[in-house]
Design a protein around this ligand. Structure first.
Ligand SMILES: CC(C)(COP(=O)(O)OP(=O)(O)OC[C@H]1O[C@@H](n2cnc3c(N)ncnc32)[C@H](O)[C@@H]1OP(=O)(O)O)[C@@H](O)C(=O)NCCC(=O)NCCS
Length: 117
């Protein structure tokens, strides 16, 4: 049964500006695991990656119904990819949702679906 859906879109220029301004922004959004992945990317891919994770986390918080806050922080949510590149979303270490991420030159967007078996 589907229990939640969430969708989010972000402007790449906004994420680029925040990321250039201070490393604190990505430290707030990305988990340690995600920051290790980010560090290995080219400059262009870094912004796509960060924007995609930001959108995925906001989309997850909408699917959950809490928004981002004390019940569900950016650090509580992690996106991990399998060996083919397919992402899965984890909440506090537990696999918890289906996620799809996309980016173009100007935007990144993500959709999250929560379901019970
Ligand atoms: C829910 C959240 C993710 C909304 O994000 P947003 O970027 O402000 O707004 P969006 O345009 O993406 O989404 C707005 C829609 O989310 C939906 N929404 C709001 N609260 C929601 C909730 N608790 N659950 C599900 N959906 C929710 C609403 O439908 C809203 O549209 P509406 O007011 O027209 O009905 C919110 O928790 C948030 O603003 N988080 C930002 C946290 C933050 O720290 N950002 C860092 C910036 S540096």
């Amino acid at each position: 049964m589907i229990t939640g859906i969430g969708l989010d879109i972000v402007e790449m220029s906004r994420i680029r500006r925040l990321d250039i301004k201070s490393p604190k922004f990505r430290a707030r959004i990305l988990t340690d695991y995600e920051q290790t992945e980010y560090d290995q990317l080219t400059e262009t891919r870094k912004i796509e990656f960060l924007a995609g994770r930001f959108a995925a986390k906001e989309a997850y918080s909408k699917a959950k119904g809490t928004g981002i806050g004390s019940e569900c922080s950016f650090q509580d949510i992690e996106v991990r990819k399998d060996d083919k590149g397919k992402p899965t979303i984890y909440f506090r270490g537990t696999e918890t949702g289906l996620v799809s991420i996309t980016h173009s030159k100007e935007f990144a967007a993500a959709q999250v679906l929560l379901q019970t078996t």
